[in-house]
Ligand binder design. Structure first.
Ligand SMILES: *[C@@H]1O[C@H](CO)[C@@H](O)[C@H](O)[C@H]1NC(C)=O
Ligand SMILES: *[C@@H]1O[C@H](CO)[C@@H](O)[C@H](O)[C@H]1NC(C)=O
Ligand SMILES: *[C@@H]1O[C@H](CO)[C@@H](O)[C@H](O)[C@H]1NC(C)=O
Length: 600
């Protein structure tokens, strides 16, 4: 009986034999899926043992099924030498290197093995991928410790409290923020952090003036609705001029808040971080809110100089670590009272409250103590501690991630911008800001925003491209990406045109792709720590094969394609491991393992 072999390696550690040598292979016979294992001590029976087909691999093959005498991997390599010892083949070696440290210790299940084989994930600006090991460590912690609600004296409660404060401290250190000068407020996400700043300012007796940059995400834009007056800065020049200009009213004690994204979530353009310190020096009573959500996926934020730092920085941790769904607001303590004077209080933020017969309360001291309403998402905070560990182990520091993602983005940008149809017409119009360069990570993050044209120069609808991409396993983003100012600028949409489009039926997330001869939204790919050159290759290949080769008339799905969860994973149950008594029957999810490694 022929054996169709597929090989997967290294799913368990064996005692007494160098880990680097262990192999688990899966043999697919005509009858059924079977698993064999190999290490000096592992004896792994077939999933549903067929008579006589047990494979013992004490370093030697022993195929009891006379018809099975070799196992091949998916490339046709034989896994055993003639003398029966397992062979290490080239692909294995790369894979070992990826899974093992130089000293032979396991790097842990690092890469996202759960990602479907055919998935090309290019939406790191939306949420980056979480390492498998992070999930394992979190689960391990959760199932071996009892975490109680942090508001009591019980050991379970104390454990949660200690973890929360430890993680708070470590997050600050991750950004080189001295806890003496900064505090971290845990919030649900970056948007919740922005709202917390807004709540502080709107409760000021004199209200506030609000300035925001064109590139602001909707969550920042909405802050204008509570301001006495607001101004949208249409470009960097306007900001620089405003910073430099003489303050007309230096006696005003009315507060001002200036907000901008460190990186545009639309096209990845990065704005100067120096604005924060310049504003502090030149504008009295003016505070800065930096939206670092998109930036931190791959950017380095160094708060070691507290004099130069933004007053408030909001972030979403899942955009940095992939998990947990949690956000943070880093507050410069010197500016903390702008937020702590807010009127609202909640469980956790007060020392004493009178209700019956009197309405008196006294708030707690400290920034996060006054602002963290109700019970903290303490399980998520526990997970965040593991996220910090795993991130540092995998990537060393955000600088490595930044360099890696920038190199990939540059390649994507170069290749997409040079795509041409047979008539010489360009395929992609890339929305790179004129001040940004893919060679300089202080001006550009690893995001490429673009629209696609047909050979005759007309626009190909964004949802047409996105649906075709989905069919090719590509996960990307399209639309206005919650960035009205940035999108309108690059697409040259005037307010009148946008009003007109709205009246004509355009709504957020719909498929009115081109209206009045202009695109209504953009396409966006974004890269992260776990992206590989292979991802970029696959995307460029898709654009070439779907779009260019067919002269812009690639197969266009007529109905929206909905993502369906990947099915058909091969599940293997290993019945006996390490020659020991019947083991519990591990279940592994297996996939085609592709080599993913950091490029410099
Ligand atoms: C993010 O924050 C907003 C604003 O507080 C909130 O409405 C939303 O539910 C939060 N999302 C998650 C996933 O917690
Ligand atoms: C991170 O960068 C440092 C300095 O460039 C380098 O020594 C280190 O090997 C890098 N780590 C990883 C995981 O790439
Ligand atoms: C598995 O990966 C190899 C190497 O990248 C590739 O040649 C092969 O086509 C992949 N198989 C599947 C089923 O994706």
């Amino acid at each position: 009986m022929p054996v169709i072999g597929i090989c997967f390696m290294l799913l368990f550690k064996s005692a007494g034999w160098q880990c680097r040598q262990s192999i688990i292979a899966i043999a697919l016979t005509e009858r059924r899926c079977a698993a064999i294992g190999s290490s000096s001590v592992a004896v792994v029976h077939l999933f549903e043992p067929a008579s006589g087909s047990t494979v013992t691999t004490n370093g030697h093959k022993e195929f009891k099924d006379p018809e099975v005498d070799q196992v091949q991997d998916e490339y046709g390599n034989f896994l055993f030498s003639d003398d029966g010892t397992p062979k290490i083949i080239k692909e294995d070696q790369d894979y070992y290197d990826e899974l093992y440290n130089h000293d032979g210790t396991r790097k842990d299940d690092t890469w996202p093995w759960w990602l479907p084989d055919d998935a090309t994930y290019l939406d790191h600006a939306g949420c980056t991928l979480y390492p498998t090991s992070l999930m394992h460590r979190f689960t391990q912690d959760m199932t071996s410790n009892l975490f109680g609600n942090p508001h009591s004296a019980s050991p379970s409660s104390m454990l949660s409290s200690i973890r929360v404060e430890d993680v708070r401290d470590r997050v600050l250190r991750f950004f080189n923020a001295d806890p003496e000068h900064f505090d971290l407020v845990f919030v649900a996400n970056a948007t919740a952090g922005i709202k917390m700043v807004m709540d502080g300012f709107r409760d000021l007796p004199t209200g506030y003036w609000y300035g925001y940059h064109r590139d602001a995400h909707n969550s920042l834009v909405g802050v204008r609705e509570h301001a006495n007056s607001a101004r949208c800065f249409a470009n960097d020049d306007e900001v620089e001029k405003w910073i430099a200009e003489e303050d007309e009213d230096t006696t005003s004690t009315s507060a001002r808040l200036f907000a901008y994204p460190a990186q545009s979530n639309m096209n990845g353009r990065r704005s100067p971080l120096r604005w924060c310190s310049e504003i502090r020096r030149s504008k009295p009573c003016t505070y800065t809110l930096l939206d670092a959500a998109a930036f931190l996926t791959t950017g380095c934020l160094d708060l070691s100089n507290h004099e130069e730092a933004p007053d408030f920085i909001c972030m979403s941790f899942y955009k940095i670590f992939g998990y947990p769904d949690l956000g943070g607001l880093i507050v410069r303590k010197a500016s903390g009272d702008m937020l702590t004077r807010r009127k609202y209080f909640a469980g956790g933020t007060v020392e004493m409250v009178l209700t019956v017969g009197s309405t008196w309360h006294i708030k707690r001291d400290g920034v996060h103590e006054t602002l963290e309403d109700g019970t903290l998402p303490f399980h998520n905070i526990v997970a965040l501690g593991h996220a910090l560990d795993v991130y540092t182990e995998l990537y060393t520091s955000p600088r490595n991630v930044s360099a890696h993602a920038s190199a990939l983005a540059k390649s994507a940008y170069d290749r997409l911008s040079s795509l041409r149809y047979s008539n010489g017409a360009p395929v992609c119009e890339i929305h790179k800001d004129s001040l940004a360069s893919y060679d300089d990570s202080t001006t550009q993050g690893p995001t490429v925003a673009f629209n696609v044209r047909r050979p005759d120069g007309s626009w190909l609808g964004k949802s047409v491209v996105e649906h075709a991409a989905i069919q090719h396993g590509i996960h990307m983003r399209s639309g206005g990406v919650c960035n009205p100012g940035g999108t309108a600028t690059v697409l040259q949409l005037s307010p009148q045109e946008m009003h007109h489009n709205y009246d004509a039926g355009q709504r957020c997330g719909d498929t009115n792709d081109v209206m009045g001869g202009k695109p209504t939204g953009i396409l966006r790919i974004s890269l992260g720590a776990m992206s590989s050159m292979e991802d970029v290759d696959r995307f460029v290949k898709f654009m070439k094969e779907w779009c260019v080769k067919q002269d812009g008339a690639g197969e266009v799905p007529t109905v929206p394609v909905h993502l369906t969860p990947k099915t058909g994973f091969l599940k293997v149950k290993i019945m006996h491991v390490s020659g020991a008594e019947k083991s519990k029957g591990f279940r592994y999810m297996l996939k085609n393992i592709t080599s993913r490694s950091l490029v410099a």
